[in-house]
Write a protein that binds this ligand. Structure first.
Ligand SMILES: [Zn+2]
Length: 90
């Protein structure tokens, strides 16, 4: 886990310390990801017909800019919810 303190902000006269926590790559601890998209067509048959119908599917993944490991949106969201849990325990 990478923790970055953003310094102090004056907000409405109150000093606040903001803490940013990043989802990091689990193999190299990098915090930078670039988006990857897969575009596909899923074909399936219809009863009593020779025709195939299809669904267009777009899958979004995020690739670590350092080690090229890619993560699904779900994996990122799970990682972020882990961070939330840890924050509550502190
Ligand atoms: Zn990585």
């Amino acid at each position: 886990m990478l923790r970055v303190s953003c310094g102090r902000y004056v907000y409405g006269g109150i000093f606040m310390d903001d803490i940013l926590e990043f989802f990091v790559c689990d193999s190299c601890s990098n915090k930078d990801f670039s988006p990857l998209y897969n575009f596909s067509l899923r074909f399936h048959g219809v009863n009593f017909s020779d025709e195939l119908i299809y669904d267009e599917m777009i899958e979004e993944r995020y690739q670590c800019t350092k080690c090229q490991k890619s993560f699904s949106k779900k994996e990122i969201e799970e990682g972020l919810s882990e961070l939330r849990k840890k924050r509550k325990m502190d």
